[in-house]
Ligand binder design. Structure first.
Ligand code: ZN
Length: 245
């Protein structure tokens, strides 16, 4: 019976019988794993806090039947308390947990995805940044981690340097920036301001801990939201909506 030690965050909970639950963890070294937690529904059980939604802990697990692990013990690292007491923040966190669950696989190295998810939850929990801004930045950066990196240096059609393009568009079809002449032949292209363009460049190139450390005016945020929404739906082939809790 092999024991493993891993840091992970709870992204899904399924109650099992009257006392037990099965949690989904996103970990850096094991990817997405399922853990059977005996007795975790009992209020007085010490296992409870570590197995709550969005709790991040260092777990000791032992291998169970099939792909399932069994809970042995855990030390809590972060519970993101503010997300639990704010219904709106919790709705965004829940939607992001659903996305991260969908894009993480079992047995992969998930360090970058876990790091992005934890950094995003931290900003959501500890700051009053616009929720749609945080959600948009999370999705754009996540898609880049998954390999969908928008081309922002040159027009994707005529190769004009983006610095020289006065009226910029974002093409979903061609994954990147377009000049206004090329955008005329691309019906799905979205007009973006210089601020939105710079924000996209920043989100994709900044240090992992600084993705959200800038301000964006409301009009530009609307464009960023639109790009993030359409780009995510297209690349992940699924329509995500922030759930009302
Ligand atoms: Zn062009």
């Amino acid at each position: 019976m092999g024991l493993i030690k891993t840091k992970g965050i709870v992204t899904k909970i399924v109650n099992y019988s009257d006392n037990d639950k099965i949690i989904t963890l996103i970990t850096a070294d094991q990817g997405k794993i399922q853990v059977f937690c005996k007795g975790a529904q009992r209020v007085k059980n010490s296992v409870l806090a570590c197995t709550e939604f969005l709790a991040f802990s260092e777990f000791v697990l032992y291998e169970g039947k099939g792909d399932m692990y069994n809970f042995s013990s855990a030390d809590i690292i972060e519970v993101f308390y503010n997300l639990r007491i704010d219904v709106e923040k919790l709705s965004y966190a829940t939607t992001m947990a659903q996305i991260i669950n969908d894009v993480c696989q079992e047995g992969e190295l998930g360090y970058k995805k876990l790091q992005l998810f934890l950094n995003t939850l931290y900003v959501l929990s500890e700051t009053e940044k616009e929720l749609d801004f945080v959600y948009s930045g999370f999705r754009i950066r996540l898609l880049a981690i998954l390999g969908f990196i928008p081309k922002l240096a040159l027009c994707t059609t005529c190769n004009q340097n983006a610095i020289d393009i006065e009226n910029k568009f974002f093409s979903i079809k061609d994954n990147g920036v377009k000049c206004d002449i090329c955008a005329r032949l691309d019906k799905g292209a979205i007009k973006i301001s210089e601020v939105t363009y710079t924000s996209l460049v920043y989100i994709l190139s900044s240090d992992a801990k600084k993705i959200f450390s800038f301000e964006i005016p409301a009009n530009d945020l609307e464009e960023l939201k639109l790009v993030a929404q359409i780009y995510t739906n297209e690349k992940l082939e699924k329509e995500y909506k922030v759930m009302k809790i």
